[in-house]
Design a protein around this ligand. Structure first.
Ligand code: PLP
Length: 379
């Protein structure tokens, strides 16, 4: 049996979610824009889902837009605001964001936008002190993720957005990793645009949410039919939306239980690391401000013999799935850009893994991982 400890990459769909989706794949296959009975039924589903999502996030239903996932929502918010403001304008993000934000910022430069990518501190966090000197008269948008996907470090979004508010700057946050792992209420956190992806919360792939505060004006992203209040053309993914609705309803009920469960697994893993690899490892990211479900650990090459860039593959051979935070491209294993930004040296970055816990993991899974690590590293 494979031990899956890569839940920050994607989660197993919850059986209850799958069940909620099935009627919309098998029986109610019509188009939500049709005026007949099937169409109307699907429209009702979509509006019910919008209400359930709005209720969970403490927003108005009309502020919720269904998208194809985290990548689209990030593109929609950033490009949508940039295009609504026209060429020029200053935009700020951080160097440890997901590529869906970083690449979008780089792309906008082609059209004359002044986009700035700033460096977080060694814990991977952006603070008010780091951000403040970068804000300009013409800054239009700041985009900082709530929790980092590689380290789990959690930014103090409330203080960052408050600074932006005081300068009249809009604030976007990619909360793909934090939803379901901590409280995410855009109105309380001062977020104008918020990105969510269903497949990180036991929902299906290819569906997500963009929250747009009702006072914000942005351009539509997909031009087409008038769906999503004419902001995102395209026939709605009814089954996906039904699944997302169920994932959110489950979170509403059992998120606290999930968080405690993740915390127990994380504590067990940290204890086992200390027992087996004392002085031979370091935890990357923030010790005090971190999600319960992610541990990013480097084994120190100066203290222990680590096969460079190979740990995830060697664990995979032992049927344990984790992430390396390193991208394998054209035959070469690259160190994680996020870890390098935190000041981790290349050799150590290549001796790192990201372990991310989920609802279905057990203590035994952690023990299996530690046993495999010992086999590989201590022999
Ligand atoms: N943002 C973060 C922080 C992520 O971790 C991910 C997924 O890995 C995404 C965005 C992209 O989400 P999606 O896979 O739904 O496009």
């Amino acid at each position: 049996m494979n031990v899956y400890l890569d839940n920050a990459a994607s989660t197993r769909i919850d059986d209850r979610v799958l069940e909620a989706m099935m009627p919309y794949l098998k029986e109610f296959y019509g188009n939500p824009s049709s005026t007949h009975r099937q169409g109307k039924l699907l429209k009702v589903l979509i509006e019910d889902a919008r209400e359930a999502v709005a209720d969970f996030f403490g927003t108005k239903p009309k502020e919720i837009f269904f998208t194809s996932g985290g990548t689209e929502s990030n593109n929609f918010a950033i490009k949508g605001l940039a295009f609504a403001n026209g060429a020029g304008g200053h935009y700020v993000t951080s160097s440890t964001e997901h590529p869906a934000v970083l690449d979008t910022f780089v792309y906008l430069r082609k059209f004359g936008y002044d986009t700035e990518i700033i460096k977080p501190n060694s814990e991977g966090l952006i603070t008010v002190e780091i951000l403040e000197p970068h804000l300009k008269e013409n800054t239009k948008l700041v985009s900082f993720m709530h929790a980092n996907n590689e380290t789990g470090a959690v930014n103090d979004i409330k203080s960052l957005s408050a600074l932006c508010k005081s300068r009249g700057v809009a604030f976007h946050s990619d909360t793909v990793q934090s939803v379901g792992k901590t409280s995410v209420k855009p109105k309380e956190l001062g977020i104008d645009f918020l990105t969510v992806s269903a497949h990180k919360i036991y929902g299906p792939k290819g569906v997500g949410i963009l929250f747009i505060d009702e006072n914000m004006k942005i351009d539509k992203y997909f031009h087409g039919g008038g769906q999503e209040r004419n902001m995102r053309g395209g026939t709605e993914n009814a089954a996906g939306i039904a699944g997302l609705k169920k994932s959110i309803e489950i979170l509403k009920e059992s998120m606290q239980e999930d968080i405690i469960h993740y915390g127990n697994l994380k504590n067990l893993f940290l204890k086992e690391l200390e027992n087996s690899f004392k002085d031979m490892y370091r935890i990357n990211g923030s010790i005090n401000n971190s999600l319960n479900n992610i541990v990013n650990v480097s084994f120190l090459p100066e203290r222990i013999d680590v096969p460079s860039g190979m740990l995830p593959i060697m664990l995979d051979l032992r049927k344990v799935s984790v992430s390396g935070g390193s991208a394998c491209s054209s035959g070469s294993v690259k160190p994680s850009g996020v870890l390098l930004e935190l000041g981790v040296d290349e050799k150590t970055a290549l001796a790192s893994i990201r372990v991310s816990f989920g609802r279905y993991n057990t203590d035994e899974d952690v023990q299996t991982l530690v046993k495999a690590l010992k086999e590989i590293l201590i022999k």
